[in-house]
Design a protein around this ligand. Structure first.
Ligand code: HGY
Ligand code: MN
Ligand code: MN
Length: 401
C-alpha cells in the first residue's frame, strides 16, 4: 500500500480551513456549528470519491463504508471551542488516505468514520457514545451545552444530511490515529506511541445557590456568595484528594458561570464543571465520594443550596492485543527504535467503540505537548510517519483484522 504524503497533508490543511480561527493553525469547529456541518459535507464527498458508501446517522456521525467486512479507521472532526487543527481531524484524514491507498492497492477493505461531538460540547464523546449504545438518542437529546442549547436542537443543523445507521457488525476492528496531546513523545524524541490503554473519566456540573446582593452595602459576614463557595470547595478538594490520587490522576474545573456575572453584584449562583480522570475505576469512585462530601460540607458551612447535574463518564479501557501488535510492527518498520508503548490521558472515541469492536490507537508527537489550544501542532514529517504506520498495520491485518 503506497501512502501519498502530499495528498494526505493537503487534505489535512483543507479540513483545517473549515472553521480556521485565524490564530496560528487553530480551528473553531464545535459540533453542529456551520463549519462542522460544512466540513462533514466535504468529508462525505471525499468518501464518495473513493467509492465508499456514505451513511450519516441521526447524531451526525459520518461513515464511509467499504463493500463487505472492513476494518474501520477514523476519529472525530468536531473541535473544542478553541481547538487545534489536528485533534480528531488527523485520525479522520489519515483514515481517508489509508482507504484511498488500500483501494489503489486492491485491498484490504477500509471504512472511514468521523464521529460527532467527541469534544463533548454537550456531554462526553456523545456521538460515539450513542453509536455504541452507551447513551440513548433520547438521553443525548436533552443534554445542554454551556449556553443552554440542547443537543436535540443543535443536531437539527444536520437533519437534512441524515441517511441512516452504520451497524457495528460491518466492521472487524477499529484503529484511531491521534496526536498524543501531551509531552511524552515530544520530550523523549520518540516518533510513535502505540497506546496500551485509555483512562476513565467522570464529568458533572455542580451548582451552589447562595444569595444575590449589593456588592457595596452587604457586609462580608452577611454574604452568601456563590463564588466564595466555589473557591472554598476547590481549596478543600485539592487538599482532600492528595491522599487518594497518583501523579497520573487529573481533575479540572474548566468552566465556571456566575450569575448574574456583574462587578457590583454578589453572585447568588455558581454553576461549574467538575471533571476527573484516572486509569483506575475504584479511584474514580473514591474521588467522586470525596467531591460530593466536600461540596456538601462547603454548602452547609456557607448556607448554600447544592445541586448536581447528570454524572457522565466512561470506564478505563485496554487496547486489543492483536491490533496493538500490528501497530507495534508498523512502528518498528517505519520508525525503528523511535517508538514506545504508552497510556492515553486523553479520552477518545475508541473507548466507546471498544464496547462493540476490538480497538487500538496510534499517537504522533504534539509539539511542546500542547493541545486543546490554537497552538496545537505536529511536525509534518511526524504526521506522515504516523499514517505510514497505520497503513502498515492495516496491510498486515487485512480487512479481517
Ligand atoms: O478531553 C479529551 O480528552 C478529548 O480530547 N476530548
Ligand atoms: Mn480528540
Ligand atoms: Mn480533544
Amino acid at each position: 500500500m503506497q501512502i501519498d504524503g502530499a495528498r494526505f497533508l493537503a487534505d489535512l490543511h483543507k479540513l483545517r480551513s473549515f472553521g480556521a480561527a485565524g490564530v496560528g493553525k487553530g480551528v473553531v469547529r464545535p459540533a453542529y456549528s456551520a463549519p462542522d456541518v460544512t466540513a462533514r459535507g466535504w468529508l462525505a464527498k471525499q468518501m464518495t470519491e473513493i467509492g465508499l458508501r456514505v451513511e450519516i446517522d441521526a447524531m451526525g456521525n459520518l461513515f464511509g463504508l467499504a463493500e463487505g467486512p472492513s476494518i474501520l479507521l477514523g476519529s472525530h472532526s468536531d473541535s473544542q471551542p478553541e481547538g487545534g487543527w489536528l485533534d480528531g481531524a488527523l485520525g479522520v484524514i489519515a483514515a481517508l488516505e489509508v482507504a484511498r491507498a488500500a483501494k489503489e492497492a486492491g485491498g484490504p477493505a477500509v471504512s472511514v468514520v468521523s464521529f460527532q461531538d467527541e469534544e463533548g460540547r454537550f456531554g462526553v464523546t456523545t456521538g460515539s457514545a450513542v453509536w455504541s449504545g452507551q447513551l440513548s438518542l433520547a438521553e443525548a437529546d436533552v443534554l445542554e451545552d454551556h449556553g443552554g442549547i440542547t443537543l436535540g436542537d443543535a443536531r437539527q443543523a444536520m437533519a437534512a444530511m441524515v441517511t441512516g445507521d452504520a451497524a457495528s457488525d460491518l466492521f472487524t476492528g477499529f484503529i484511531e490515529m491521534h496526536i498524543e496531546q501531551g509531552p511524552a513523545l515530544d520530550t523523549s524524541g520518540d516518533k510513535i506511541g502505540v497506546v496500551t490503554d485509555i483512562v476513565g473519566i467522570r464529568d458533572m456540573k455542580i451548582t451552589f445557590e447562595g444569595e444575590q446582593n449589593h456588592a457595596g452595602t452587604t457586609p462580608m459576614h452577611l454574604r452568601r456568595d456563590a463564588f466564595q463557595a466555589v473557591s472554598a470547595f476547590n481549596t478543600l478538594l485539592n487538599d482532600r484528594l492528595r491522599n487518594v490520587v497518583t501523579p497520573q490522576t487529573v481533575w479540572t474545573i474548566g468552566h465556571v458561570s456566575l450569575h448574574p456575572n456583574a462587578s457590583s453584584i454578589v453572585p447568588g449562583r455558581a454553576v461549574f464543571s467538575m471533571q476527573w480522570r484516572d486509569a483506575d475505576t475504584d479511584r474514580l469512585a473514591r474521588m467522586e465520594a470525596i467531591i460530593r462530601e466536600t461540596a456538601q460540607e462547603v454548602a452547609q458551612a456557607q448556607g448554600m443550596a447544592l445541586n448536581y447535574g447528570t454524572l457522565l463518564g466512561l470506564e478505563p479501557v485496554a487496547m486489543d492485543a492483536r491490533l496493538r501488535s500490528a501497530l507495534e510492527a508498523g512502528a518498528e518498520a517505519v520508525t525503528p527504535g523511535k517508538w514506545r508503548k504508552m497510556p492515553s490521558g486523553a479520552l477518545h472515541d475508541a473507548t466507546n467503540v471498544a464496547r462493540l469492536l476490538p480497538v487500538a490507537m496510534v499517537f504522533v508527537p504534539s509539539i511542546d505537548g500542547l493541545s486543546h489550544t490554537f497552538a496545537e501542532d505536529t511536525a509534518e514529517d511526524d504526521l506522515v510517519a504516523g499514517v505510514q504506520v497505520l497503513a502498515h498495520a492495516v496491510g498486515a491485518l487485512g480487512s479481517g483484522a
